[in-house]
Ligand binder design. Structure first.
Ligand code: GDP
Ligand code: MG
Length: 163
């Protein structure tokens, strides 16, 4: 199994915030590939005794989900191929969107381990809202706040079991 973690999800769920937290103060090893891989950022992260590569997908920051849905799907497919594990980031403040459901469908068909991380769970009250994401059909959910870092340790403890 390769030591690559891909972060996927629709725009604005907090992928880059999560990526920056994981790769904080570490130099991106590769930046800005050409073609379809442009805007994918690769960095190094460490958790406990493990070092792994993190991919932040979809750095194009789309404002319109419709226009970019095909591009997002493409990024998810590439991420699945490249990664040893996938963190699927969703946003507790919006609930499950159509695009979340579409991405979940792609991920369910993949044979890679997928971890659903419900982001923006900044306080305890929001944890009950997060339970709706069990409806994605991808098993366990991990409530995190990429902003504060809360919950990210529990998530990474599970993710690195693949590396
Ligand atoms: P991306 O498009 O998926 O890469 O999302 P970004 O990382 O650019 O974040 C989108 C917005 O969500 C930004 O305004 C972030 O500051 C905000 N954000 C990211 N993580 C959190 C979080 O844990 N809590 C809150 N409240 N906002 C967050
Ligand atoms: Mg981003």
């Amino acid at each position: 199994m390769n030591n690559v973690l891909a972060i996927v999800g629709r725009p604005n769920v907090g992928k880059s915030t999560f990526y920056n937290r994981l790769t904080e103060s570490r130099k991106a090893i590769v930046d800005d590939f050409s073609g379809v891989t442009r805007d994918r950022h690769y960095g190094i992260a460490e958790w406990t005794d493990k070092s792994f590569t993190v991919i932040d997908t979809g750095g194009y920051v789309a404002n319109s989900e419709d226009v970019f849905e095909a591009a997002i799907r493409e990024q998810v497919h590439i991420a699945i191929e490249e990664a040893g594990a996938v963190v699927f980031l969703v946003d507790v403040t919006t609930g499950i969107t159509d695009l979340d459901a579409a991405i979940a469908q792609i991920l369910r068909k993949s044979k890679k381990p997928v971890y659903v991380a419900v982001n923006k769970v900044d306080n305890f009250q929001l944890q009950s809202d997060a339970t709706e994401f069990y409806g994605l059909g991808l098993g366990e959910i991990y409530c995190i706040s990429s902003m504060s870092g809360s919950g990210t340790g529990e998530l990474l403890d599970e993710v690195i079991k693949n590396f």
